[in-house]
Ligand binder design. Structure first.
Ligand code: PRP
Length: 176
């Protein structure tokens, strides 16, 4: 049996996204940026963050596979979809729902770096820094969270729960 326990409410998320958007607007004043969302988990965060940024913003998306339907990072990241446009000379912000072991984002950062962008930053709504396996950190981080399995606001377990408006801990209870 599954049990969902709210960890971050929709109100807390909205306030944090507004704050991150304002910081990005300030940091890139007078410039344009490209938000590169990492499918699929970051879709909801990208959509909200983009509207909290008061600059000219373009969208692009990347997709990787590493977790599959499991809860463990395999360490073997495969690029399923690259960006559609060159990132050369652009201010790129990689947008992720969660920074966990860091394996995915360091792979993606390296991938984008090959385009020689003007700048590259990382926005991650959630950060489980206690799980980090590779040295990488976010530039725009929403919430530091404990090592619990979370779903909602884009995050899934085996494709489910992405549409929950709050971020919830997914607890598995043994059925008796
Ligand atoms: C999740 C998340 C990040 C990655 C973070 O993706 O969206 O991409 O794991 O973990 P890491 O820091 O340990 O690499 P997932 O593979 O679950 O795909 P999804 O975005 O389609 O849900």
């Amino acid at each position: 049996m599954e049990r969902l326990k709210v960890l971050v409410t929709r109100e807390q998320i909205a306030a944090k996204v507004a704050e991150l958007g304002a910081r990005i607007t300030q940091d890139f004043a007078g410039e344009t940026i490209v938000l590169v969302g990492v499918l699929k988990g970051a879709v909801i965060f990208v959509a909200d963050l983009a509207r909290a940024i008061n600059l000219e913003v373009a969208f692009d998306f990347m997709s990787v596979s590493s977790y599959g339907n499991t809860r463990e990072q395999s360490g073997d990241v495969k690029l399923l979809k690259d960006v559609d446009h060159s990132m050369e000379g652009k201010n790129v912000i990689l947008v992720e729902d969660i920074l966990d072991t860091g394996v995915t984002l360091s792979f993606l950062k390296e991938q984008v770096q090959r385009h020689t962008p003007k700048s590259i930053r990382i926005a991650a709504l959630l950060d489980k820094s206690s799980r980090r396996r590779v040295p990488i950190q976010g530039d725009y981080v929403g919430f530091e969270i404990p090592d619990e399995f979370v779903v909602g606001y884009g995050l899934d377990f085996a494709g489910r729960h992405r549409n929950l408006p709050d971020i919830c801990v997914l607890e598995m209870e043994k059925s008796s």
